[in-house]
Design a protein around this ligand. Sequence first.
Ligand code: B16
Ligand code: MG
Length: 215
Amino acid sequence: MQGFVFDLDGVLADTAKYHYIAWKQLAAEIGITIDEVFNEQLKGISRQESLERILAHGGKSSTFSAAELAKMAEKKNQHYVELLEELTPEDALPGVRELLAAACEHNIPCTVASASKNAPLILEKLVLADYFVGIVDPESLAKGKPDPEIFIKAAQLMAIDPKEVIGFEDAQAGIDGIKGCGMYAIGIGEAEQLKGADRVITDLTEIAIEELLRI
Ligand code: B16
Ligand code: MG
């Protein structure tokens, strides 16, 4: 294995909980209730598509104009960015900083493949930005996760064949994208929500760099 690609929300930091808080409030304002089970299908999915899924869930798919939808997505993002204000370097998930530092020591390049347009801001707040050779710009994508495009672009940023890259993900859409381009997939979370992953772990403290490089 020659390189690592990391999802952000739910892998590098527990920002998934802030997405959930912000979407839950926006949904409530338009009379839609969402719970944590429904929230699983928003993980790894773009802001716009997340809103569409919430509206479909509440039976309000064709209720709003394009301008109203854009305003709602912006409102959710403002709330989310407010919640991000609380982030500090201690909010990097367990084992993250140690694994990134070990990858640097072994000259293994790392990239970020996140659907989030807030990824650069979050990496700065966590003081993790310097560990990465690149972040895929989600605006540059024709298709989001579960399409493999974002992971193929991450491998290109490192000039490495996807088959020699390990991808780390917390969402089913991400595992599907990683496997869709032939990478080795490590799921972080519950095995039932990470079907097709080559291995599932609870957090990054469970796996050492020596073991990863032997894969
Ligand atoms: P933003 P990931 C994804 O990040 C989140 O899982 C998903 O819930 C969110 O809607 C998406 O980013 C877009 O985020 O609204 O900040 O642009 O898991 O791919 O790192
Ligand atoms: Mg994620």
